[in-house]
Design a protein around this ligand. Structure first.
Ligand SMILES: Nc1ncnc2c1ncn2[C@@H]1O[C@H](COP(=O)(O)OP(=O)(O)OP(=O)(O)O)[C@@H](O)[C@H]1O
Length: 322
């Protein structure tokens, strides 16, 4: 196991209110897994990833629980220890990562700086060779190495950011909508290459996305979040074929057919609840078409025979009152 997250909570705190953005989340990722993290906008996916990477401001967030990454609890690591881990062991690409490239330095200079954080004595040629390989992977010509960011398009820069995230062979790569803004062909190519490469390098990936087809084609596991809670997690081939939670079912139905058939999209009635309030019972109950009396009590996680873990009274299990 590479990452084991237990009882994980993230709360944004400001003068006027508290926002419970991630609540009691549990999940494990094995080495080599590619986990798609899905859920509608505002369900807490980015907050979860940012909190695991400790990129949220300490002043305005409270984090509790544990996140054991290869024997170290990410929640309690010092800044120094985190620096050791970032880029080299855990790397992240956001949708807007390209904006963090410096406009006044050539790509080459920035790549050299990042590479040398963990390999201070690396020669220029070694770095160039490694990066040229990565540029090819994201479908860019090696001439990009000597250019300035303003000489590239947004999509090209985002591909440079993805290549940079792979520079130090991270053990865990987190992609937060990293390919969303790219055209479908480029996105497909990059994901194919990343999948191939992670097999070679034994890399593990968490992929935050709105796009179920991305999960279907590039992940082996999927975790479904709703209003800060993990509703269902399991193998992609099980969950997409046989979703257990009514929310997962709704989410899958609201995507265009994965086979490309044009069907009218269904949407899930209702809205995400206000996360600054605490709720009793199942958080999805007010929108659920299968709601029952018992849903006034919080469902516990139920582990099914096919490996899926689901939080729903339809599958029995105890209640999990806080
Ligand atoms: N700095 C903040 N202060 C207070 N609340 C916040 C802050 N950032 C995010 N939130 C709230 O936390 C919740 C989870 O947001 P988050 O961005 O993690 O969701 P998401 O699932 O990643 O959404 P999206 O898919 O739109 O990126 C939302 O209700 C959001 O309004």
């Amino acid at each position: 196991m590479i990452l084991e997250v237990k009882d994980f909570n993230v709360t944004y705190v400001n003068k006027h209110k508290r926002v419970y953005a991630v609540k009691n989340v549990n999940f494990n990722i094995d080495k080599g897994d590619s986990l798609g993290l899905v859920g509608e906008s505002g369900s807490g996916k980015s907050t979860l990833a940012m909190a695991l990477l400790r990129l949220l401001s300490k002043k305005s967030t409270e984090i509790s629980g544990t996140a054991n990454f290869l024997g170290r609890d990410l929640v309690n690591l010092s800044e120094e220890e985190l620096k050791e881990i970032r880029w080299k062991e855990i790397s992240v690409v956001f949708q807007k990562s390209m904006n963090s490239l410096s406009p006044v330095h050539r790509i080459r200079t920035q790549v050299e700086d990042i590479y040398r954080v963990h390999n201070p004595k690396a020669a220029k040629e070694e770095i160039r060779d490694r990066f040229t390989y990565l540029l090819k992977l994201v479908n860019l010509s090696d001439r990009v190495y000597n250019l300035y960011p303003h000489e590239l398009s947004g999509g090209m820069l985002q591909r440079v950011s993805i290549a940079i995230s792979l520079l130090n062979n991270p053990k865990l790569l987190i992609m937060d909508e990293a390919t969303t803004a790219l055209d479908v062909v480029t996105q497909g190519q990059i994901l194919d290459e990343v999948v191939k490469m992670e097999k070679e390098m034994d890399m593990t990936r968490i992929m935050i996305t709105h796009d179920m087809s991305v999960v279907a084609t590039s992940c082996n596991k999927v975790a479904v979040m709703y209003a800060g809670e993990m509703m269902e997690m399991g193998y992609v081939k099980e969950v997409l074929k046989n979703p257990l939670h009514p929310y997962t079912e709704g989410l899958i139905a609201s995507f265009p057919s994965l086979k490309g058939k044009k069907e009218k999209l269904k949407s899930i009635e209702g809205f995400l609840p206000d996360l600054s309030k605490r709720y009793e019972g199942c958080i999805f109950a007010p929108r659920c078409s299968k709601v029952m009396d018992i849903c006034k009590k919080k469902p516990a996680e139920v582990k099914m025979d096919n490996g899926t873990v689901v939080r729903c009274h339809l599958y029995g299990g105890e209640t999990d009152e806080e």
